[in-house]
Every structure is written in structure tokens, then in C-alpha cells.
Design a binder for this molecule. Structure first.
Ligand code: FCB
Length: 411
């Protein structure tokens, strides 16, 4: 395939807590002050006020899609009290996107919870699903004209974080904060603990409960987004890989059977040996979050997703690289897109590619790993688009990778 189909979604993604700033009523904000080793989100990128500029930069570059999340902690500041003003704020965001020709893909839950929800027991509390359901009922009132809704972002990583938070509470220890995305700082950090399937099953239940609500109340296609680890197998480790793949991914991918789409989120690939997941070996090519440079992971991730879901249409809802070197970002993305195109050539139904992320933002406890297509001055909030934004915008406009487009014109 030399080009991507007409109507393909080309976009960039953000998450509320990472860009909005002052998300003071969320559990994540509360923890930022408590955990050693964790930086604060503070004003973040002030996108709560500057979203029109952010969206305009994406649209002007040539992208046609914007994935963003709405913040439960703002919409429902105390149980049962729905803020009409906050709903109106997110409705303005949707209208702004539509007005700029950006297809909005709205995530209802991207890692953060209202503080009160966490205090009530969080996702392990008795009322969790009832609480989430009633938030989603309120949120659906503003989703008119939104074609894609993701119920939850990376429930598999959230299950891991939920287990970790419980363990820390039980030990009454403060412990060192471990970001869900900083996998291994060249061996300096511990590998991420596995998500507990019992917690994961809760998320599947929650997802199914709200999927039906979103379908009934809006015309949107509904799915959720799953972090793909793109496991590769050392000789003799097939069984171990299958076991880990179930715990990390397949439980959640099976949960998306019957959805209208599934979000694939892919950054790197990782080896599994007979003893388990092998930490990324230190290497000069490793990214700023310690993961291996593996643009081919996206191909592995979409193929695995197709195999497990049985062919639920795929949208790549996150793919990107933490690097200071923007040329490297372009090289990574170009190669990832080649692997995506190859998978599509093999018949895999992929509807879009949404890059992580629009802005250099708050990476769950750390400011250093920059994944953005746009740099942000943290004093003035001035946005400076990087060459990678223009590059991706050109790919979007042409519906083809530049080298391939050049070849096509030469013919
Ligand atoms: C994913 C998260 C996203 C961002 C990227 C780098 O796990 O969904 O918020 O942190 O990783």
C-alpha cells in the first residue's frame, strides 16, 4: 500500500490532567504532593484556557482529528453534583474542534479520578461502577456530534496503578512514585508490577456498563484503548508469554469484543523469557522513558489486537516517542506508519492514526520526557510547533508517507 484510505483519521492526542493545569480536585493532583520522586503538574500547559490555540495549530498543520479527555473531577466535584459550567466548557471544546474541521475523539476517563471517588475506595470500592455510570450519564449530555468515544484509557495500566496504590496504602508506606509510563530508567527503576486480573475484570464490567449508556444516548462509536506491550518470545518462553499477554493485554482486548472500535496504544516492544518480562537493556537508542526504540512495535500491536478481538475496527489512539530530538520523532513515526501500512495491506481494518501527543506535557509525575509535536514554554505557555507537526500534517494531507508520495509523483 502506498497510501492510506480516504477518510482515514489523522490526529494528535492529549489527556486532561497532562495538559489542562490546576486539576486540583483529582486524586492524581492530591498524590503529586505526597510521593517522593514525583514532580507536580501545576499549571501544566494551561490548555484548560488555551485549547482553541492548541486545536488550531493541529488543524492548520493538516491534521483532521483531535483526541482529548474530559475530566470527571471537574464535572462531578462532589458525588452527585454535576457542574453545568464544566459540561459547557467541554462542549465548547467539542464545538471548537468541529468548527476547525477536527473530528473529536473524546475519552471519558484518562487515569484520573475525583478525589472523593478515591477516598470512597476508588475502583475497588463497592460503589465504583455505579459512580462511574452516573458520571457517564451526565457526560453523554454534551456528546452530540462526537463520532468516537473511548470509555477508558488503558484500563490495563490503570489496573496496575490501582494495585500499586493499594499496596502502598496497606503498607502505610510512602514509597517511591512509579510512573505508569517510565518503565525502566536504564535499569535504575524496578519493572512495572503486573496488573491484577481481578481489578482488570472490574474495568471490563465498567466498560460494558457505560458502553451501553453511550450507545443509547449518543450516536457515537464506542470503544476503549489498550496499552500494547508487543511481547516477543525467547525460545522456550511461549507459555510464559501467553500467560503474561493475558494478564497485560488479552483480558482487556477480549473485553472490547462487541465494541465499535478498539484503540491501539503502542510505544515499544519487549522480550519475554522463561523467567518473565526482560527489562529493556541499557542502550544509547533508548527513549527518555527508558524503553527500547522499536517503531515496529505498532505492527506487532495491531496484528495482536486483530487476533484477539476477532477484527474489531482499530484506531491507533496513541503512538509516539519520548525524545528531545525531533528528527528522531519523525524517523520513528515514519517507520511506525510503514509497519501500520503493511498490517493494513495484510487486511487489518485500521481507521486512523492518532499521535501521542500534541504538546510536550506532564508525563504522570515527570516533565522531562517530551513526546510532543509542539513545544510549550512552561513560564509563558507559548506554543512552538516542531518540524514533526508539519511533517505529520503533510502525511495527513497527502494520505501517504512523504517518500512514498514522492515515488508516486515520479512515476
Ligand atoms: C500512555 C498514556 C498517556 C501517556 C503516554 C506516554 O500510557 O495513556 O497518557 O502518558 O503513555
Amino acid at each position: 500500500m502506498t497510501s492510506f484510505p480516504d477518510g482515514f483519521l489523522w490526529g494528535a492526542a492529549t489527556a486532561a490532567h497532562q495538559v489542562e493545569g490546576s486539576n486540583v480536585n483529582s486524586d492524581f493532583w492530591a498524590n503529586e504532593g505526597r510521593m517522593p520522586g514525583m514532580e507536580r503538574s501545576g499549571d501544566a500547559c494551561d490548555s484548560y484556557h488555551r485549547y482553541p490555540e492548541d486545536m488550531r495549530l493541529l488543524a492548520e498543520a493538516g491534521l483532521n482529528t483531535y483526541r482529548f479527555s474530559i475530566e470527571w473531577a471537574r464535572i462531578e466535584p462532589v458525588p452527585g453534583l454535576i457542574s453545568k459550567a464544566q459540561l459547557a466548557h467541554y462542549r465548547r471544546m467539542i464545538d471548537t474542534a468541529l468548527g476547525l474541521g477536527l473530528t473529536p475523539l473524546v475519552t471519558l476517563h484518562h487515569f484520573t479520578n475525583p478525589r472523593w471517588f478515591a477516598e470512597e475506595g476508588g475502583w475497588l470500592g463497592e460503589r465504583a461502577i455505579e459512580r462511574f455510570t452516573s458520571y457517564v450519564e451526565a457526560a453523554t449530555s454534551i456528546l452530540d456530534g462526537v463520532p468516537y468515544v473511548a470509555t477508558m484509557n488503558e484500563p490495563n495500566m490503570l489496573a496496575m496503578m490501582t494495585g500499586l496504590a493499594r499496596a502502598m496504602q496497606q503498607a502505610q508506606a510512602s514509597g517511591e512514585w512509579q510512573s505508569p509510563t517510565v518503565e525502566n530508567d536504564n535499569g535504575a527503576r524496578k519493572p512495572l508490577p503486573a496488573p491484577e486480573p481481578e481489578i482488570g475484570k472490574r474495568f471490563v464490567e465498567a466498560h460494558h456498563a457505560v458502553r451501553d449508556i453511550v450507545r443509547k444516548r449518543t450516536g457515537a462509536a464506542v470503544g476503549w484503548t489498550v496499552a500494547n506491550r508487543a511481547f516477543e518470545t525467547r525460545p522456550g518462553a511461549e507459555e510464559k508469554r501467553r500467560e503474561l499477554e493475558y494478564i497485560w493485554e488479552d483480558l482487556y482486548l477480549e473485553g472490547s469484543r462487541g465494541d465499535d472500535f478498539v484503540g491501539v496504544q503502542s510505544y515499544s516492544a519487549q522480550w519475554v523469557g522463561p523467567e518473565g518480562i526482560e527489562p529493556y537493556p541499557p542502550h544509547p537508542d533508548n527513549t527518555l522513558v527508558g524503553t527500547a526504540y522499536r517503531p515496529d512495535a505498532l505492527g506487532i500491536a495491531v496484528r495482536h489486537t486483530r487476533d484477539v478481538t476477532g477484527g474489531v475496527p482499530i484506531i491507533v489512539t496513541e503512538n509516539g516517542i519520548a525524545t528531545k530530538d525531533d528528527e528522531r520523532r519523525i524517523a520513528y513515526t515514519a517507520e511506525a506508519l510503514q509497519h501500520l501500512a503493511a498490517a493494513m495491506d495484510d487486511g487489518i481494518d485500521v481507521r486512523g492514526y492518532i499521535h501521542w501527543t500534541a504538546l510536550d506535557n506532564y508525563e504522570w509525575g515527570h516533565w522531562e520526557p517530551t513526546f510532543g509535536l509542539i513545544a510549550v514554554d512552561r513560564e509563558t505557555f507559548e506554543r512552538t510547533p516542531k518540524p514533526s507537526l508539519a511533517w505529520l500534517g503533510d502525511v495527513a494531507r497527502g494520505g501517504a508517507l512523504p517518500e512514498l508520495a514522492r515515488e508516486a509523483t515520479a512515476r
